[in-house]
Design a binder for this molecule. Structure first.
Ligand code: DP6
Length: 349
């Protein structure tokens, strides 16, 4: 026999960024972060997990190519999920798995990203969220989504936020075990459904400095990061939560842009400096700033993760249409490949 579960998980984009760990192996952050989860139709990972007594070892394929599961991050997620597995019975198919059997049953995992891997589009976030969510379903894990998010976090920090749709907060937590360093939903995807997210893929090349290495170097060398996580982020988190609650786009946009810019300033303050944005990214920022100024009130928020691609959040559909036209005119592909999204949620297929 063979038992299978397929899940689909969208990526998420942080509007208040996670940058820096206080525990590298458990992946515990130095500050809270807030993100929006995109709709899963475009930018997502689809993962099928299968278990069968005929499988001889745990194996995984990413976009059709076999990858090693030896890394600590995969092993931590598999171990944590296995330790929470429950029994499974299907009399019709004659399948009976006891709780303790899961330890000895092997898994085959096939995962597909429908966007470039490691180009700063948070592929690891969708990937680990999807893997842990699918495994939790396969192994009948009874814990709530918060506890599942703490497992996904051990695959990649930002992954814990992809388990929820809409607006999501990842709490730093206090416990050394990391069990309170979990994600929670601030508002569902329908709460503020005027927003439209446009991603301008400026480059789909793999980034030179991974987020993991980059944030380690920033923790070790950036004094601005110390100031950021102690003085700046705690206030911004509260203001952002309020802006989301009240659908206050002006505050939302101001905080989102400021936080992205400070994150990239921290990267520059790192020794040696890290450059994630390129000239096109800078031109897009300039353009958005000027447009918002001309309009009087902000129409668009921009944010950039560990790569040059712009994530633009338009206040409504009308603005998004105008924005798309302008971007196509000023940054025609291949300068920037554009796609638009709305907010979404994770699902079992
Ligand atoms: C800039 O979650 O990819 O996108 O925990 O080491 O896997 P690891 O890092 P990762 O870092 C994401 C950093 C960011 C900001 C964010 O998503 O909050």
């Amino acid at each position: 026999w063979i038992l299978m579960v397929t899940a689909k998980s969208p990526t998420n984009i942080a509007v208040i960024k996670y940058w820096g760990k206080r525990d590298e192996s458990l992946i515990l952050p130095i500050n809270d972060s807030i993100s929006v989860t995109l709709d899963p139709d475009h930018l997502c990972t689809t993962t099928t997990v299968a278990v069968s007594p005929s499988f001889r070892s745990d194996r995984m394929w990413l976009n059709g190519k076999e990858i090693s599961l030896a890394g600590g991050r995969y092993q931590n997620c598999l171990r944590e999920i296995r330790s929470r597995a429950s029994c499974f019975e299907d009399e019709k198919k004659g399948i009976s798995i006891r709780k303790e059997d899961w330890e000895n049953l092997h898994l085959h995992i096939a995962s597909y990203n429908n966007f470039p891997t490691a180009a700063g589009l948070a592929s690891s976030a969708a990937g680990f969220a999807c893997l842990v969510f699918a495994l939790g379903n396969l192994m009948c894990v009874k814990e709530d989504l918060g506890a599942i998010s703490a497992i996904a976090r051990q695959g990649s920090g930002s992954a814990c936020r992809s388990l929820y749709g809409g607006f999501v907060k990842w709490n730093t937590g206090y416990d050394v075990s990391g069990r309170d360093s979990i994600a929670m939903q601030l508002a569902s995807e329908s709460h503020w459904d005027d927003l439209v997210i446009i991603i301008a893929v400026v480059s789909s090349r793999q980034k030179e400095t991974s987020s993991t290495a980059g944030m380690r170097e920033s923790v070790e060398t950036s004094t601005l990061l110390q100031y950021r996580f102690k003085e700046v982020v705690p206030k911004r988190i509260l203001q952002m939560e309020e802006a989301i609650r009240n659908k206050d786009f002006t505050t939302f946009a101001r905080l989102t842009c400021a936080d992205s810019n400070q994150f990239h300033a921290v990267c520059l303050d790192t020794c040696p400096p890290i450059f994630y944005m390129n000239d096109t990214s800078h031109r897009i920022i300039n353009y958005m700033e000027k447009w918002n100024q001309l309009e009087g009130t902000p129409q668009v928020a921009y944010t950039f993760d560990a790569g040059p691609n712009a994530v633009l959040i338009a206040r409504n559909r009308k603005t998004a249409e105008a924005l798309l036209q302008r971007l196509l005119f000023y940054f025609p592909p291949p300068g920037a490949e554009l796609t638009s999204y709305v907010l979404g949620d994770v699902s079992i297929l």
